[in-house]
Design a protein around this ligand. Structure first.
Ligand code: NAD
Length: 325
């Protein structure tokens, strides 16, 4: 079986989820990690036993023969690292949000277009098997006509000193997951996400620190309509979506383990979703990335595509009213 040699840059909280997916992917092998923080580097070394560890990611890239790199830093640290990895023709997984703003995403895209490396943005909601199974059903019924998403949380921790400098506004840094999910669920073919053409957004701030509030109504290029709510500092962490097509409605609770309620042709569907048809229960973005690298195909969440998600997030953040382009 092919073995892709993997390096990870940034070994903080979220890297743990990537370590676990890499360890569960038989075509990948973790070879090296780079982390500036000595305690985190030590912990990554103990927990995941890479052959090589570095505090300087450039030394890792200079000294270790890697096929692909996961860049799992805060958005404000991504740009120079991603440009360096793609500039060296490495396949590169980029954490969300891909940069602080759409301009940085476009800078990454420009370099990706010249690179022999494939770039994927790790918007992991797209790759949940339940999301893929519902999306397949939508497409079998001619595509979604209406999608909506809620993404609520306690007060945001992104405004703390030391973090706020490297974290864009919450709709870009965090609620991007469900902005992107709206585009993905609206897509009418297995590999495409729809593009927003019109947005009416309200963006404001609660009285307390870390309580941004967002509402948006969106039209997509294929005629599907979307609505989005994201409020920080409300009751609880709630991440839900609902999608509707002709004679089909599905309610997705993605807050923790995915819970789906599906209605087809006027009645509740009790048959379990066919997850085998979309890659099985353990499908995820790491498996998809290995498939893309080994088959030389473009990832579903390419930089080319994520530029549109970033533009939509930015439009919601700025309270855009009207046509997008
Ligand atoms: N998909 C998800 O569900 C999800 C969940 C949480 C976080 N995230 C994303 O993951 C990213 C990381 O979040 P986190 O919570 O792990 O942050 P974190 O601060 O815990 O970890 C980031 C690590 O990167 C390291 N780092 C920064 N610059 C570096 C460099 N030049 N070389 C080596 N190491 C460097 C930092 O020292 C830090 O340890 C963020 O972009 C966040 O948006 C995604």
């Amino acid at each position: 079986m092919a073995e892709l040699k993997v390096g990870v840059i940034g070994c903080g909280g979220h890297a743990q989820s990537h370590f676990s997916m890499i360890e569960n992917e038989p075509r990948m092998k973790l070879v090296a990690v780079a982390e500036m923080d000595a305690d985190r580097l030590q912990k990554a070394q103990t927990d995941h036993q890479p052959q090589f560890v570095f505090t300087d990611f450039r030394q890792m890239l200079d000294q270790v023969d890697l096929d692909l790199v996961y860049v799992v830093t805060m958005p404000g640290h991504l740009l120079p690292i991603v440009l360096e990895c793609l500039g060296r023709d490495l396949h590169t997984s980029i954490e969300k949000s891909p940069g602080m703003n759409p301009k940085e995403t476009r800078q990454m895209l420009e370099v990706a277009r010249q690179s022999k490396g494939i770039a994927i943005v790790s918007v992991n909601r797209r790759y949940k098997p339940e999301v893929l199974a519902i999306r397949k059903l939508l497409q079998e019924r001619g595509g979604a006509v209406q999608v909506s998403a809620d993404y609520h949380k306690p007060p945001s921790g992104l405004r703390r000193p030391g973090i706020r400098e490297v974290a864009p506004p919450e709709i870009i840094c965090d609620a991007i997951h469900h902005v992107d999910l709206l585009r993905w669920m609206s897509g009418r073919t297995p590999t495409e996400a729809a593009q927003a053409t019109e947005v009416y957004a309200h963006s404001w701030h609660g009285d307390r620190e870390g309580t941004p509030r967002y509402n948006a109504i969106i039209t997509f290029d294929n005629g599907c309509r979307g609505t989005m709510m994201s409020h920080y500092g409300v009751g609880y962490r709630v991440q839900t979506a609902e999608v509707h097509a002709e004679n089909m409605s599905a309610y997705l609770d993605l807050t923790a383990l995915s819970k789906i309620t599906l209605y087809l042709d006027g009645r509740k569907c009790e048959t379990p979703l066919n997850l085998d048809a979309v890659g099985g229960t353990d499908f995820n973005e790491t498996r998809h990335f290995a498939d893309c690298i080994l088959n030389d195909t473009a990832p579903w969440s390419s930089l080319e595509d994520l530029v549109y998600t970033m533009d939509l997030c930015q439009a919601i953040e700025s309270g855009h009213q009207g046509q997008l382009r």
